[in-house]
Design a binder for this molecule. Structure first.
Ligand code: NI
Length: 227
């Protein structure tokens, strides 16, 4: 399941993150890729754990904390500190699957990557190419969103970034360990939550059907969640 989340960051927050990144050094993106991904990966990144990455990452983590769609779609248990990448002309990332286990920097702890996220920091008009192509159950999805918008998708999916032919594409990316490991179960909970929100907009919260369907959501989550 792929979910696009509009306006995760405000215009001011996008500007602030960009300002931090513009003042930072970029390193070869192969540094954080596994063996297969390193061959396919041609981009630049802000060094993981650098002060700039932490400062810009905090802005994103705060925005995630206040976003109900992210919570509903990812059911986050842990979020790895956001990282930042940049694709200039000729840069690309061929088909790959993200590594399954990640080390949380500075915490001496590992986590499972269940949900991958890409947050766009460049406007689509600033570059040509650079589409995020995600293969899911329904075929290939091509994603290129306005600055400040986020896309979340299962870390199990094969994905790629097409070559840049003009301009520069800046993004943040990060991984989430979900309380619900299975993509199918997570997608069912998300669909149910969306339906509940629609029903609650039509019916009073004490209506028997609203109480029943809300209980059902929580009882499914109780059954499937691992903490
Ligand atoms: Ni990836």
């Amino acid at each position: 399941m792929l979910v696009a989340i509009p306006d995760l960051l405000t215009v001011e927050e996008v500007r602030e993150v960009r300002r931090i990144l513009e003042a930072s050094a970029w390193v070869d993106g192969k540094a954080t890729a596994g063996e297969q991904a390193a061959v396919a990966k041609k981009n630049l990144q802000i060094a993981e754990g650098s002060p700039a990455a932490m400062q810009a990452g905090d802005i994103i983590l705060r925005a995630l904390g206040r976003n109900p769609i992210f919570h509903s779609a990812a059911l986050p248990l842990r979020v790895l500190p956001p990282m930042f990448n940049r694709y200039d002309v000729g840069m690309t990332f061929g088909a790959h699957v993200d590594g399954s286990i990640r080390t949380i920097p500075g915490a001496n702890m590992r986590m499972r990557a269940d949900v991958s996220s890409t947050l766009f920091l460049s406007a689509p008009e600033e570059y040509d190419g650079g589409e995020l192509v995600i293969s899911d159950t329904y075929g290939e999805q091509r994603v290129k969103l306005p600055a400040g918008h986020l896309v979340v998708y299962p870390s199990t999916s094969l994905h790629a970034v097409t070559p840049i032919t003009r301009g520069s594409r800046w993004c943040s990316f990060f991984w989430t360990q979900s309380m619900v490991r299975d993509d199918g179960q997570r997608a069912m909970l998300y669909d149910l939550d969306v339906a509940i929100r629609e029903i609650r907009a039509e019916l009073p919260d004490d209506k028997r059907a609203v109480v029943a369907i809300t209980s059902h959501y929580h009882n499914l989550l109780r059954r499937w969640a691992e903490l």
